[in-house]
Write a protein that binds this ligand. Structure first.
Ligand code: ZN
Length: 367
C-alpha cells in the first residue's frame, strides 16, 4: 500500500487518523479532536460487519485469529516466533494473514506485541523479545498486506478486549493487570486507551514496592513484578525447596527433587490440588498484588481492576488474598468507595481479540 506523506493525505485518511488517536489515546491532539460519544457509537455500528485479524506476537509463538465485531474468534492459526530477524517476523505475520484471510473477507489487521509503540502507532520503539528497535513495522506490513494495519502493545490490546467484550464492560475508568512472567498494565479511560504523553504509560510492574529488594531486569531493585508475578511465585517456591524445608515436600515430589524445575505453574497446580504450602506461597503473592493495587487506586481511582494473565489460573487462591490486602492498604479506607477486583473473562486470546478490534474501530472510516 502506498502510504501518503503528511500534507498529501486525502480526506478519508485524515478522518481515520482522528479515530485512531481517539481509541489509542493520542495525547493532547487526540483529545482536542475527539468526537462525541454518539459519533463513536455510530462509528462502531458502521464497523460492525467487518472482520479483522488479530496477531499476538509473543516470545515463543505468534498466534492469530479472525475476529468478528462481537469479539468472537472465527478461525485461528499459530506459528513459532522466528528468532531475532525483524524480516522473518514480518514474513510469519504475512503467512498467517494470508492463511486466515483465504476463507474470510478481512477488513483490517491488528498486531499486538510486548514493547513500546510510538503514539502514532507506526513504529515499534522497543520490544523485549524481538529485535525491533525503532522499526517502522506498520508501514512495512501495510505494504505487504494491502490492508489497514494497527500496531499496539499487548497489554493495551488485552485491556481493550476486556473493556469491549469481557470483565471490564461498562467501566469508564478501568485498569487491567496482566500477570505472567512479569506484570503488564493498561488503562481504558472514558472509552479510550490511556497511553500517557509518550505512549509508554502502564508500566505498573516497575513501581518500586520494596526499596533495595530483589533485582529487576529493568535495572532497579524492588519492582512490584519481582513480588507479584509468576516468576516471583516460582522464585519463592524454589528458595523454600532449596532450604530443604519439610513443608516443601509436595513441591519437591512434583519435580522429582529437581528444585530448578519448580515454576509458578507447578506451584499453582499444587495449590489447586490442595497443597497447603503452595497455597501459602500464592497467598503471599496475592498480598503483594493487593498492596500494589492499593497504590494504583491511590493514584488513578479506577472503578475496577481486571486481573488477567497466566497466573490467574490460580483464581480465587490468588485474588482472594489480593482483595484483603487491597482493602487493608487502600488510602482513606472506610471513607471512600473502593474499586472492584475481578478476574479477566477472555483468557489467553484477549490480546489478539483486542488487537483485531482496535484495528477495526480505528480504520473503518476510510472505507
Ligand atoms: Zn523493574
Amino acid at each position: 500500500m502506498h502510504t501518503p506523506m503528511p500534507g498529501q493525505q486525502p480526506g478519508p485518511y485524515r478522518r481515520r487518523a482522528a479515530w485512531r488517536r481517539r481509541a489509542l489515546g493520542g495525547g493532547a491532539a487526540g483529545a482536542a479532536g475527539a468526537p462525541s460519544g454518539q459519533g463513536f457509537r455510530e462509528h462502531l455500528r458502521l464497523g460492525r460487519k467487518g472482520l479483522a485479524i488479530g496477531v499476538d506476537i509473543g516470545g515463543t509463538k505468534v498466534a492469530a485469529g479472525v475476529v468478528d465485531a462481537e469479539g468472537r474468534i472465527l478461525a485461528q492459526a499459530r506459528r513459532s516466533t522466528p528468532g531475532n530477524d525483524p524480516r522473518a517476523v514480518e514474513r510469519v505475520i504475512v503467512e498467517l494473514v494470508e492463511e486466515l484471510g483465504a476463507g474470510h473477507r478481512i477488513w483490517s489487521v491488528g498486531i499486538g506485541a510486548a514493547g513500546w509503540m510510538d503514539l502514532d502507532g507506526g513504529t515499534v520503539l522497543f520490544s523485549p523479545h524481538l529485535a525491533w528497535r525503532n522499526e517502522p513495522l506498520r508501514d512495512n506490513l501495510q505494504r505487504l498486506l494491502r490492508r489497514p494495519v494497527l500496531l499496539t502493545n499487548d497489554a493495551d490490546a488485552a485491556a481493550w478486549a476486556e473493556w469491549r467484550f469481557g470483565a471490564g464492560q461498562g467501566q469508564n475508568r478501568l485498569v487491567c493487570i496482566t500477570l505472567g512472567t512479569g506484570i503488564g498494565g493498561a488503562m481504558v479511560m472514558d472509552g479510550r486507551l490511556e497511553r500517557g504523553r509518550f505512549g509508554v504509560a502502564g508500566e505498573f510492574g516497575h513501581q518500586i514496592i520494596m526499596p533495595g529488594g530483589h533485582r529487576c531486569e529493568c535495572g532497579n531493585r524492588g519492582c512490584w513484578e519481582q513480588y507479584a508475578s509468576g516468576n516471583a511465585l516460582g522464585r519463592e517456591a524454589r528458595e523454600l525447596a532449596a532450604a530443604n524445608s519439610p513443608v516443601a515436600q509436595e513441591l519437591l515430589k512434583a519435580v522429582d527433587g529437581d528444585v530448578d524445575r519448580i515454576t509458578g505453574v507447578v506451584v499453582t497446580e499444587l495449590a489447586k490440588a490442595g497443597d497447603p504450602t503452595s497455597r501459602e506461597l500464592l497467598e503471599d503473592v496475592g498480598e503483594w498484588l493487593g498492596l500494589g493495587l492499593a497504590n494504583l487506586a491511590a493514584a488513578l481511582d479506577p472503578g475496577k481492576f481486571v486481573i488477567g494473565g497466566g497466573l490467574c489460573d490460580a483464581g480465587e487462591l490468588l485474588v482472594g488474598p489480593a482483595r484483603k490486602a487491597f482493602a487493608r492498604n487502600l488510602t482513606g479506607r472506610g471513607f471512600r468507595p473502593a474499586a472492584e477486583i475481578e478476574l479477566a473473562a477472555l483468557g489467553p486470546n484477549a490480546g489478539l481479540i483486542g488487537a483485531a478490534d482496535l484495528s477495526r474501530v480505528t480504520s473503518r472510516m476510510h472505507s
